[in-house]
Write a protein that binds this ligand. Structure first.
Ligand code: 8YV
Length: 321
């Protein structure tokens, strides 16, 4: 079976995904699941026809320039593709795919967890009980913000944004959104469209970020835009850390202008931001938006669907480049 395509899978995927991958491909895995540094990634890609990476593998222009001609497709195990230089891939004729849809439910769950954790002081309370510091109770103790009936602002009303909006509706929240283009009424479901970011921010008691990182969106949540939010608003970010100027976020959280933040993503990953970590009014998770058993299987299968389509001469459904 030497004519089977060789596929590099640089991170640990589920047993079911690996089993299916092995049915059709000669698979190279990374046994200890370490993140390949640049040189190791380039070296590991030299004798393969395809790679199935996560967002932890950075295919910058210089890495793409060093890929062999035989490598024809980067089938990502992620919806976000900011770790791949799409222009460089296109210039080399390398197909790039992602895994939309299948992670929307899981990521929306984490967005709601971040919202509630921030609004109801989840991290502060958990640590107090866990550390044995819970030695007092009063009606004035650990009072947080109630989200029921408040305005839920969605910045980027794509698939994840739409599912998260649905979940927020379950709390009786009024959904507002900004998106590059207005959605059709069946997708909008009564949500109120804002044709500018500023207009959305002005009414967002909770602002949830769901847009991709592009040169236009990097740092879009900064001192100027945070100042537009209603007093004591809550910021939720399950998209990408680069959307937020973390120094400006820290200042807004310290001043109390922003009530709290719920963050699953950071500028520096892994690791996060120690100064954010020192603030009681931040609820944080280590980029686990799509980390459910069901979704990990579905993401791997979707990436394999794209590989299968490509190697059988068809068009991968999630082809970006
Ligand atoms: C994953 C994500 O953590 O899909 C994305 O863009 O950020 C997350 O779902 C990751 O990329 C899995 O490879």
């Amino acid at each position: 079976m030497t004519d089977r395509p060789v596929v590099l899978i640089p991170r640990k995927l589920t047993a079911a995904v690996l089993e299916r991958a092995n049915e059709n491909y000669n698979v190279i895995v990374n046994d200890d699941d370490h993140v390949f540094p640049r040189e190791e990634l380039i070296a590991a890609c030299q004798n393969v026809d395809a790679v199935l990476p996560c967002h932890s593998e950075h295919f910058s222009a210089d890495v793409i320039a060093a890929l062999p001609d035989r490598l024809k497709i980067i089938a990502n195990h992620s919806v976000g593709v900011d770790h791949v230089d799409l222009d460089a891939a296109k210039a080399r004729g390398i197909v790039v795919t992602n895994t939309p849809d299948v992670l929307s439910d899981a990521t929306a769950e984490i967005a709601i967890l971040c919202m509630l954790g921030a609004a109801r002081r989840g991290s502060e309370g958990d640590r107090m009980v866990r550390d044995g510091r819970w030695n007092f109770w009063s009606p004035a103790f650990m009072v947080g913000r109630q989200v029921t009936g408040r305005r839920f602002g969605v910045l980027g009303m794509g698939r994840v944004g739409q599912v998260t909006a649905d979940r927020a509706r379950g709390f009786g929240m009024e959904v507002h959104y900004h998106n590059r283009s207005r959605l059709s009424p069946d997708k909008e479901k009564g949500a109120i469209f804002h044709d500018s970011v500023e207009s959305l921010l002005a009414v967002s008691d909770v602002l949830s970020l769901h847009c991709p990182t592009t040169p236009d969106t990097i740092g879009m949540i900064n001192a100027d835009t945070l100042a537009i939010l209603p007093d004591r608003a809550i910021l939720v970010n399950t998209a990408r850390g680069a959307l937020v100027d973390e120094d400006a976020l820290i200042a807004a959280l310290k001043s109390g202008r922003l009530f709290a933040a719920g963050l699953d993503v950071f500028r520096t990953e892994p690791g996060g931001n120690p100064e954010l970590a020192s603030l009681e009014n931040v609820f944080m998770l280590p980029h686990i938006g799509s980390a459910t058993f069901e979704t990990r299987d579905a993401m791997g299968f979707r990436a394999l669907d794209n590989l299968d389509a490509f190697f059988s001469g068809g068009a991968p459904i999630d082809r970006l480049v």
